[in-house]
Design a binder for this molecule. Structure first.
Ligand code: ADP
Ligand code: ZN
Ligand code: ZN
Length: 757
């Protein structure tokens, strides 16, 4: 017997199947997906690999076929179903098979079983309430927070309390000593949270919710499996609908995967699922240790959980009988992997569901152009939920034209309207969120005399000024002291462009000296759990104003926030990519959706220099349909996804001249391939923009990928547009072979990105 093995070596030229003889001792034990140790190359170096198939015959010279050494200790096994999915991913997104296999195997090795801790409330309801009031009266916020959580759910997972609720160990110990709670330990694989398995409060579904639930139930019962898109405004009760759908599937003995962007995987969200499904829920996130992740996956594999919740990689949970995949906030860019294979979780989920006879539910308040386009073409079943479940009104949204503000003599970052409303809220002790539509921008240095911008010597990006007086590159970490004289013209009028989150925080301090301000951005969330801590503090009303980048617009529900200010709404419009309009619309809609989630109605102020841009106008009007119509016309006109398909071929190398040459040859070759694949119909929509009739595929570039150099490596990109995805896959296959046999490309890296984001 022989095994097909994919060896764990990251090199395109070795990306093929090698056959090995199966030693007698392993016969009958070895299965596809298993990890093995094999001798490789002339020196018979021992390396790891994965078995992808087993056969009776060998295609090679039998005398040269080597034998598998062993199944390594702590070896992980990939489910056969996931091996098939990996093959599909390699085919459709490029890269090597070993990269694809490692992607579908988020856990790299076996770990020892772990002990799990949990907290149990020892007080009865009434004593507990009294204790809570006591903590509140003494202003012991952390204790109060933990007490409140314990009153809601009498048993809590230790992890959840420390990581999501941000309670420190000394606080837990103090409450333990006071006899308020007990810390219990237990081996995992058992049932830590059984007794919470009840709906906290019974809810009556809205007619919109009922409609979605009943149609899904009917379909599922009849064996219909498909992809659903729920377009529902924030607060329309999508999460409740997901849980009811999951319930339907679990009732049939099947399991469900729920993908939620990491940033939205907050304590509140997680607890909603725990309350509903108790200990049959497992959670994945990037902060879990290897052992914890391993345990979660093993519980899933053993059929001990029904629901796996996590970010993108949770898609590869090895469930025995997968019934449903839910993707919440389906439009989020984080669902696209940044590493080869650059898969999109949406398409990959749909493929996995197809292979395992499951359904897919996509949900969003602002569906991606892709999802809505497919839904409108009947590929997905579309549900609309237009009303908020508890009948709260949507926020009142105002636009402020910042050019007018300047004309009227207001040079501040805060418009008059926003300042007035802030004053009003601070007086009423309601909370405010200020959202800067761009990360960092933390003051780049430019010369007001000659316009020179100080850039990183290794990367083609501007350096940012930090409060410690240093200038830093956000790509490679290069730093140098802040300069005071322009290196180009010698002028002293060189300084920072003031529009970062730090500056906004300072301006709020200056304008409202008594307001308590919290800031959340890349700089303040570098530390582990910092993100959760800031949100928890804001939720506890320890601050009046939260200033931040896009990370503040999702996740938490803050019932006391009644005002949202969006500063520089148009900044995300000029990122130089075809999705910038879509991103802007989504961010603005989400930001406005943050206001007025509680009892009181909310207001939002959107400050912009371009109020008539359709992405801003439609966001202000909260009119998704109008945005979609406008945007899809643009995509169709330009031939961008989802109207057409786009493949980006990234080429990088240290020798710029060689890179140029390589790109030239590559482009020529791509032309020839297209001619061959499409029977002669192809065009170049390059600088001239000229097109012959009926283009099957067009080639653009080589162009700059936005940043021409990172860490002294030069970068170029060639774009290929085609109506059919398969044509692009065909081109990718040929290009892979072409670079493999041409040693001229050895010093270059070539990566594929389908429908890049
Ligand atoms: P979405 O996911 O669409 O933003 P959620 O499911 O989070 O909406 O619902 C928003 C809030 O409304 C949650 O607190 C949820 O518990 C509540 N809710 C949802 N559906 C109902 C309902 N039918 N009746 C009462 N409250 C509901
Ligand atoms: Zn200058
Ligand atoms: Zn750099």
């Amino acid at each position: 017997m022989f095994a097909d093995v994919i060896v764990d070596i990251q090199h395109e030229k070795l990306d093929k199947i090698f056959q090995y003889r199966i030693p007698e001792s392993m016969e009958g034990k070895l299965e596809p997906g298993m990890e093995v140790l094999v001798p490789f190359g002339k020196g018979n170096r021992q390396i790891r690999g994965y078995v992808t198939g087993i056969s009776q015959t060998c295609d090679y010279d039998l005398s040269k076929v080597k034998e598998i050494i062993e199944i390594p200790e702590r070896a992980m096994e990939i489910e056969a179903k996931l091996v098939a999915l990996a093959a599909w991913m390699k085919e459709n997104y490029g890269g090597t098979m070993i990269q694809a296999l490692k992607t579908v195997l988020p856990i790299k090795q076996k770990e020892n079983a772990k002990i799990k801790k949990r907290l149990r409330l020892l007080l009865d309801e009434e004593t507990g309430r009294r204790q809570l009031h006591y903590y509140q009266a003494k202003n012991q916020k952390a204790r109060a927070r933990l007490m409140a959580a314990l009153l809601d759910d009498h048993v809590l997972e230790y992890e959840l309390v420390t990581k999501k609720l941000n309670i420190t160990t000394p606080v837990i110990r103090a409450l333990e000593e006071q006899g308020v709670l007990a810390v219990e330990t237990e081996r995992v694989f058992r049932t830590p949270m059984k007794q919470v398995e009840q709906q906290a409060q019974e809810i009556t579904y809205t007619p919109e919710q009922r409609n979605v639930i009943s149609q899904f139930r009917q379909d599922y019962g009849e064996g219909v499996r498909c992809t659903y898109l729920i377009h529902g405004v924030t607060g329309s009760g999508k999460t409740e609908v997901y849980m009811e759908m999951i319930h339907t599937v679990v009732d049939q003995g099947k399991q469900a995967i729920v993908l939620i962007p990491e940033i939205a995987l907050t304590y509140q969200t997680v607890m909603r699922f725990y309350r509903r499904f108790g200990d049959r829920v497992a959670i994945m996130n990037s902060r879990l240790s290897a052992g914890e992740r391993y345990d979660q996956m093993m519980r899933a594999k053993a059929g001990q959980v029904d629901v796996m919740i996590g970010p993108r990689s949770a898609l590869f949970t090895p469930f025995p009988d997968l019934g449903l995949i839910v993707i919440d906030e389906e439009h989020e860019p984080t669902y696209k992997s940044e590493q080869t294979p650059r898969y999109h979780a949406r398409e990959t989920a749909i493929q996995r569901a197809k292979m395992e006879n499951a359904s897919v539910v996509l949900g969003s308040a602002t569906p991606s152009m892709e999802a809505m386009y497919r839904a409108r073409r009947g590929e997905y079943v579309l549900f609309e939920m237009k009303n908020r479940s508890r009948m709260q009104r949507m926020a009142e949204v105002y636009t402020v034209d910042m050019r007018e503000e300047l004309k009227n003599g207001n040079r501040s970052i805060l418009s008059t309207k926003l300042r007035e409303l802030m004053e009003d809220r601070l007086e009423k002790r309601e909370q405010i969120m200020l959202f800067l539509n761009r990360r960092g921008y933390s003051g780049f240095i430019s010369c007001r005399e000659c316009g020179h911008v100080v850039k990183c010597p290794h990367c083609d990006v501007s350096l940012s000024v930090h409060r410690d007086g240093k200038m830093r590159c956000h790509y490679c970490g290069y730093e140098q002291p802040k300069i005071t004289v322009c290196p180009e013209c010698g002028s002293h009028y060189i300084g920072e462009f003031r529009a970062g989150t730090q500056q906004i925080e300072e301006i709020v301090h200056e304008t409202f000296p008594l307001a308590r301000v919290l800031r959340m951005d890349m700089d303040t969330t570098r530390q582990k759990d910092a993100h959760e801590k800031i949100l928890a503090a804001f939720a506890n009303e320890e601050a009046d104003v939260l200033v931040g980048t896009q990370m503040i617009v999702k996740g938490h529900d803050f019932p006391n926030v009644t005002l949202v200010g969006v500063l520089a709404a148009d900044m995300s419009l000029y990122t130089g990519d075809y999705r910038s309009g879509e991103r802007t619309f989504q961010l603005l809609t989400q930001a406005a959706g943050r206001a007025g989630r509680g009892e009181r109605p909310g207001e939002a102020v959107i400050q912009t220099y371009d109020p008539s841009h359709y992405a801003i106008e439609t966001a202000v009007a909260q009119d998704y349909e109008a945005f979609y119509e406008e945007e899809i016309r643009y995509r169709e006109l330009m031939g961008y996804p989802p109207a057409e398909q786009l493949l980006a071929v990234f080429v990088s190398g240290e020798d710029e001249a060689l890179l140029e040459k390589g790109c030239h040859y590559l482009k020529e070759y791509i032309f020839r391939v297209i001619r061959g694949l499409s029977g002669g119909r192809n065009t170049c929509t390059g600088k001239t923009g000229a097109q012959t009739e009926l283009p099957a595929a067009g080639v653009i570039g080589p162009a700059s990928p936005g940043i021409d150099k990172i860490k002294d490596v030069y970068r170029r990109v060639i774009y290929i547009k085609a109506e059919r995805y398969e044509l692009l896959v065909g081109i990718k296959d040929r290009v892979e072979k072409y670079i493999e046999i041409n040693s001229g490309f050895d010093s270059m890296r070539i990566q594929f990105d389908f429908n890049p984001m």
